[in-house]
Ligand binder design. Structure first.
Ligand code: ADA
Length: 551
């Protein structure tokens, strides 16, 4: 299942088989059985494999088929019985492959996956985290009729104190060769509206928009994360033929002056950066571990998580919705220099990932802000233009949430004035021995000079490294748990006491594997700035953060 609740009562669907045959194409080895979803790096012979591979499974099916891939890392080509159905780039968003009028019987589904780095891949390259290979998120097999609901977006609207409505938009697709007229029944939190006589051209799609009053609903908050069901059901000749279901929460997020207001109240973020990764399983994190991560972050008093540096598995977002943890979700990018931003694929790949992220995760109440382009070339005219294009797209796709980007600690930023919230990553006392207060003041002067002085400010990364189990209580050498605590204490205290600051995301929740190219500055080929290691064993800093976040 791609979600933690049923998304269809009417549409027939099932999970794809759990075990597929994996044939590695750029290394000499016989085909093996591989779990889907999983990263191929968990197969010992493929722990460092960067190349192409083909996954195959047999599926009994027929009619109009839709294969929904939660995530394939990171180039994918999907074939049914040898015919190409779809191609996709980017590990962290879902895509589908549709085959019409498939004869009933046994068919071969083949997915060719490629995780090689090249100039065509501008977002995945050797980085300070690992780009895995394989079908890494769940695959669903759906049986469609002629019409289906492709997308359902529901925006909560506060109409008065404690009064809510919902703006709904359902996109309905006609797969047939003839025009179709159907009814679309929209339901939000037990209030229902039926839009009759919706016309859809052959092979086309129609968006159905409707505002629905939602009397008596409670608002969603961190301490009371109340969720409501929403659905769009398509009916032809009075019979329901397809549906799409989701959940929402009623809450508002606004930027007013230098504050972020959540449900009208000033928000101070106490959060963690979290890569979606768990020890030997790489980027395919078991759902139990997702829930455990949330429990650990909440145990330390966190109210938010940042999905650095890409969109996350929607099941993690479902858990944040359920358990009351705010999410900064960001589209894929980390540390991209201007020469890469100038490659022909950069903007299309960035905008595609951003569009897919917002469209696919729009309804999650826990997401309070969208992010993009972590630490790219915001100090050059060309780079600044890329930021502005991405901000424009975010604005166009969602007016109900603010947007931001975590910018590098350096002078000369050109886009401080262009986002709703200004965010900066700073590492005083770790990469340079500046007192944290001085580092922050210097940064704030630069932000003000760059036109962002009147906006809310988030310290989107700050932290220090420690190798789990490395102790030096006397000398506090770098990489010892003691030194990490000393630095984090000054960093967290200074940021949270700074009157102009709307909060902090500690870098980072858990240690993560990095690309070999980073190994010399990263003991164990891991980024060791976690407060827990990659197996979630707590370092000394776990208790420290809990103490400081409680204040
Ligand atoms: C950056 C970056 C992170 C990580 C961090 C670090 O700010 O955004 O991905 O690389 O620095 O550990 O240095």
């Amino acid at each position: 299942m791609q979600r933690l609740f049923p998304t269809h009562f009417i549409r027939e669907c099932s999970s794809a088989p759990s075990v597929w045959t994996l044939t590695v194409l750029d290394q000499d080895m016989p085909p093996v059985k591989a779990l889907v979803p999983s990263a191929w790096e968990m197969i010992p012979a493929l722990h460092n494999y960067r190349g192409r591979a083909a996954y195959e499974c047999r599926i009994d099916c027929g009619g109009n088929m839709r294969f929904l891939f939660g995530g394939v890392s990171f180039w994918a080509k999907v074939y049914l019985d040898g015919a190409l159905l779809a191609e996709h780039y980017g590990a962290y968003t879902a895509f589908d492959a549709i085959a019409k009028d498939v004869p009933y019987g046994r068919h071969t589904l083949r997915v060719e996956v490629d995780n090689r780095f090249s100039e065509e891949s501008t977002l995945h390259f050797g980085n300070d985290y690992y780009s895995y290979g394989g079908i890494t998120r769940p695959v669903e097999v759906e049986y469609l009729g002629d019409v289906y609901v492709k997308q359902l977006h529901v925006t909560p609207v506060r109409t008065a104190v404690d009064c809510w409505a919902a703006q709904t938009e359902a996109v309905v697709v006609n797969l047939s060769d003839v025009p179709i007229i159907c009814d679309v029944r929209l339901e939000v939190a037990d209030s229902e509206v039926c839009v009759e006589g919706v016309q859809i051209a052959p092979g086309g799609e129609t968006a159905v928009l409707q505002r629905i009053d939602c009397p008596g609903v409670q608002s969603w908050s961190i301490n009371s994360p109340v969720l409501y069901s929403v659905s769009a059901v398509v009916e032809t000749e009075g019979e329901p033929v397809d549906d799409l279901r989701d959940r929402i929460g009623f809450r508002t997020v606004e930027v007013r002056g230098r504050d972020i207001l959540f449900n009208g109240e000033k928000l101070i973020v106490k959060g963690f950066n979290r890569h979606e990764e768990y020890g030997p399983f790489g980027c395919t994190v078991p759902v139990e571990s997702m829930a455990h991560d949330i429990l650990l972050m909440k145990e330390m008093g966190a109210n938010a998580v940042r999905t650095c540096h890409y969109p996350n598995d929607p099941r993690f977002l479902d858990l944040c919705d359920e358990m009351g943890l705010l999410v900064w979700e960001e589209s894929h990018a980390r540390g991209i220099q201007e020469h890469t931003m100038r490659l022909p694929n950069f903007m299309p790949q960035t905008l595609l990932c951003t569009r897919e992220m917002v469209n696919q995760h729009y309804n999650h109440p826990a997401i309070f802000i969208w992010g993009c382009l972590n630490e790219c070339a915001d100090d050059t005219d060309y780079g600044a233009d890329c930021y502005r294009q991405t901000y424009r797209l975010l604005d166009e796709l969602d007016t109900s949430r603010p947007m931001t980007a975590a910018l590098l600690e350096r002078a000369g930023g050109k886009v401080f004035g262009d986002s709703d919230v200004v965010s900066v990553n700073i590492y005083p006392r770790w990469y340079h021995n500046t007192p944290v207060k001085d580092g922050m003041d210097r940064k704030m002067a630069e932000i003000a000079a760059g036109g962002g002085g009147d906006k809310p400010l988030i310290i989107s990364e700050i932290g220090a490294g420690a190798v789990y189990g490395c102790h030096d209580p006397i000398g506090e050498a770098k990489w010892s748990e003691e030194r990490q605590c000393t630095i984090l204490r000054e960093q967290i205290t200074t940021v949270l006491n700074h009157p102009a600051c709307s909060g902090i995301f500690i870098w980072q929740f858990a240690d993560v594997r990095v690309d070999e190219g980073w190994a010399m500055g990263r003991p164990r080929t891991h980024n060791n700035k976690g407060v827990v290691n990659e197996y979630r064993q707590p370092k000394m800093s776990f208790r420290l953060v809990k103490e400081l976040f409680a204040k």
